[in-house]
Design a protein around this ligand. Structure first.
Ligand SMILES: Cc1cc2nc3c(=O)[nH]c(=O)nc-3n(C[C@H](O)[C@H](O)[C@H](O)COP(=O)(O)OP(=O)(O)OC[C@H]3O[C@@H](n4cnc5c(N)ncnc54)[C@H](O)[C@@H]3O)c2cc1C
Length: 302
């Protein structure tokens, strides 16, 4: 369960007591504030706080004294220009603070993004909950035969059932032993900071994660991408749905130029120009390696 009834009640209380402010407010983001978006079997993402909106990006770009906005279409055009030309610092004027509950093996990938501020739940101080990520049957897949860093066909039948059974049994056994080791009934009880080393990487942790919009877009570009592991991608997708409501113009520009766009090498661009002139270009006469050519064909949708 992502949230206990007590935690949900705290969120409801916060949402029931709005305060007036002189600060810029994003209506789309206000609708998300504090609410948990469930992710995986026990995880969630929720917005704790934010700063700025689309207008704040324009305000910074124009170094304006006032609101910085001219008109919605004018602002959207400026934001697209900034995104297109990698003028990134105006996007850094917006910030978001998230509370994320996620399996430890996902957290290890996430923490590689060094440009955020993080504070994690302390398993030295507190006892971790008995909550483990157990994949849905559709997410339980075989090793990919074409990509060493990926998964292929979904596991089926007895093999899928056996894998699920192993995951559940090992997780519970490890947690039973964790509880037995830290217990102070009839024994000293092992320190929590030591007992946790025996827990599996599918146990859930939690953190507060604060990042500016420029670096968040970098994170989303990598982690909402089809090449990212499914278990982190679902978190990135949840964050994308929030950002789309928070800064709609900036997110639309990000989707267009970053998520939907590609960077072509000069060789690839040259091949494209030759193709447009009607020349038959193949991998052999392209100047590209087989891997580059395969990816280039993928970009062209061939
Ligand atoms: C599909 C995929 C597969 C991956 N596979 C592996 C793997 O097999 N092994 C592995 O170890 N990692 C792997 N990674 C992690 C990857 O190499 C990066 O560490 C991670 O994506 C964070 O990217 P980043 O450094 O650009 O992000 P951030 O840390 O958020 O940094 C953002 C940008 O800030 C700048 N920056 C930040 N800190 C520094 C610094 N100290 N010095 C210079 N510039 C800095 C860089 O320009 C950087 O791009 C993988 C990532 C993805 C998306």
């Amino acid at each position: 369960m992502p949230l206990s009834p007590e935690q949900q009640a705290e969120i409801d209380t916060l949402r029931a007591t709005p305060k007036p402010t002189l600060r810029a407010v994003s209506e789309g983001m206000e609708a998300h504030l504090y609410k948990a978006i469930p992710v995986l079997d026990h995880g969630f993402v929720r917005v704790i706080d934010y700063m700025g909106d689309d207008a704040a990006i324009c305000q910074a770009a124009r170094v304006s004294y006032g609101k910085g906005t001219k008109s919605v279409s004018n602002d959207a055009g400026l934001i697209r220009y900034l995104m297109r030309h990698w003028h990134s610092t105006p996007f850094e004027m917006c910030e978001i603070k998230l509370h994320v509950k996620l399996p430890v093996f996902v957290a290890r990938q996430w923490i590689r993004h060094r440009t955020a501020n993080v504070n994690e739940y302390s398993a030295r101080y507190s006892i971790l909950d008995r909550e483990f990520y157990i994949p849905e049957p559709g997410a339980l897949a075989a090793q990919s035969v074409v990509n060493n860093q990926g998964r292929g066909a979904v596991l089926e039948g007895a093999e899928a059932a056996r894998v699920l059974e192993i995951l559940k049994a090992d997780s519970n056994r490890a947690y039973d032993n964790y509880e037995a080791m830290i217990s102070d009934e009839g024994q000293q009880g092992l320190a929590r900071e030591l007992a946790r080393m025996n827990l599996p990487a599918n146990i859930y942790t939690q953190w507060y994660w604060k990042v500016d919009l420029h670096n968040l877009f970098h994170f989303l570009r990598l982690r909402a991408d089809v090449h990212a592991q499914y278990e982190i991608r679902v978190y990135a997708d949840a964050i994308c749905s929030v950002v789309a409501d928070w800064v709609p113009a900036a997110f639309a520009a990000f989707e267009d130029y970053r998520m939907g766009g590609v960077t072509l090498s000069s060789k690839a661009l040259d091949c494209l120009r030759r193709m447009l002139k009607g020349e038959e270009v193949t991998q052999e006469n392209s100047g590209m390696s087989k891997g580059e050519w395969r990816e280039f064909e993928g970009v062209l949708g061939e």
